[in-house]
Design a protein around this ligand. Structure first.
Ligand SMILES: [Zn+2]
Length: 76
C-alpha cells in the first residue's frame, strides 16, 4: 500500500491523502486553509502536512501572494 520513501507516521497530510502531487497556487480556497488571518503560512505541526507538501504549499502561497490572488495581510 505504501510505497513512499519514508513511512509516514501521521496521515493527516491532505495532499498525500488526496494524492495531490502538485499544489496549485491558483487554488486559493485550498491555500486559504494554510494561511493565518494575518497572512502567515500555517506551520506544519498545525497544518498537518508532510514536509514535502508543506514546502509545496509554502511555495504556492508565496507565488499566489506575489500575484495577489490571495488577500494577504489585509490590514491596509
Ligand atoms: Zn504530503
Amino acid at each position: 500500500m505504501e510505497k513512499g520513501r519514508f513511512t509516514q507516521r501521521k496521515k493527516n497530510c491532505r495532499f498525500c491523502t488526496d494524492k495531490i502531487k502538485y499544489v496549485d497556487y491558483k487554488d486559493t480556497s485550498l491555500l486559504r486553509n494554510f494561511v493565518t488571518e494575518r497572512g502567515k503560512i500555517v506551520p506544519r505541526r498545525i497544518s498537518g502536512n508532510c514536509a514535502s507538501h508543506q514546502r509545496d504549499v509554502g511555495q504556492a502561497i508565496k507565488r499566489a501572494r506575489s500575484i495577489a490572488l490571495l488577500a494577504f495581510a489585509e490590514e491596509r
